[in-house]
Design a protein. Structure first.
Length: 303
């Protein structure tokens, strides 16, 4: 095991439509995609697609959607350590104009305790706050063992404050800032106070505001992709997390500026494709994005 991810499993149904029917209306969408979903789950698939197959503690139901998910994980070589729930969770996602509306059906009533794993060889733990008991348990173990711990702070959860005590790299969304009534700058100060060695706030088209090991605050601008090429922003943050975890594992000698620039290119690839699976980049895809945006660009967009 090189990396362990912990999260909530979804099956995502993503569709493009210019109209949402009401009442007895019917309408035909212009395109759709069916894929795996969930914050840490999608990050795990991204890491696997890039070349490092992780272990994943995820919710699994004994239904046809659960079996579909297990087939997807097998395809990517991901070792699933399932935590049983009664029914699979499902997301309906409607991207439009760089945003996305989501309706979720979620079962997080765990039937059994989380699995206990041997962490020998593990170098990174990535959690999103789902399965809070498992997230805290493994974050504590990894902190004690000197294993890097990473958090996707997409939103405020019951264990966010406690969990941050055991997190080395905390990259949160603007949504968390709003929920905690903080500006992005105030959030960085809060993450420093909680002891996070690296912290950041993802801000979509406004890029990443983050601080390094020395506490210096930096801004990594988003790549200036034309608006008409933005198809589906859902999952872009998850791909960002999975890509920087991969970069840390593959190039431990590099700094976090490098890891985040790599992840920025990965998420730029994602937003141009419909659905999470289609948006998973290869190393060649990431290199192509880097090359495209280096041409004629200002220095701050270069690696």
């Amino acid at each position: 095991m090189q990396a362990l991810f912990i999260g909530q499993t979804y099956i995502d149904v993503t569709f493009i439509t210019d109209h949402m029917p009401v009442g007895d209306e019917k309408h035909v969408a212009t395109d759709y995609a069916v894929s795996f979903g969930g914050n840490a789950v999608t990050a795990a698939f991204c890491c696997a697609k890039l070349g490092i197959e992780p272990d994943l503690i995820a919710t699994i139901a004994n239904d046809w959607l659960g079996r579909m998910f297990q087939d997807m994980a097998t395809k990517y070589g991901i070792s699933i350590h399932g935590r049983k729930v009664k029914t699979s969770s499902l997301s309906f996602i409607m991207p439009k104009d760089g945003k996305r509306a989501i309706v979720r059906c979620r079962d997080d009533d765990h039937i059994h305790p989380f699995p206990i794993l041997n962490l020998k060889g593990c170098r990174v733990l990535h959690v999103d706050g789902h399965q809070p008991d498992a997230a805290i348990h493994y974050a504590k173990l990894c902190r004690e063992a000197g294993i890097l711990t990473s958090l996707d702070g997409g939103g405020l959860r019951s264990n966010t404050t406690e969990l941050l005590e055991y997190i080395d790299v905390a990259i949160v969304a603007e949504r968390l800032c709003e929920q905690m009534d903080m500006t992005p700058d105030a959030m960085l100060s809060y993450l420093k106070e909680r002891g996070c060695r690296i912290g950041g706030v993802t801000m979509g088209e406004h890029g990443l505001l983050w601080y390094d090991e020395g506490g210096a605050v930096k801004r990594l601008p988003a790549l200036p992709i034309p608006r008409h090429r933005v198809i589906d922003t859902n999952g872009a943050g998850d791909v960002f997390h999975g890509a920087y975890v991969y970069s840390y594992l593959a190039h431990p000698e590099k700094g976090w500026q490098h890891h985040f620039e790599f992840a920025r290119a990965a998420s730029t690839y994602k937003i141009q494709r419909l659905g999470n699976e289609a948006g998973l980049p290869t190393l060649a895809n990431i290199e192509a994005v880097k090359q495209e945006f280096q041409i004629g660009r200002k220095k701050e967009f270069w690696d």
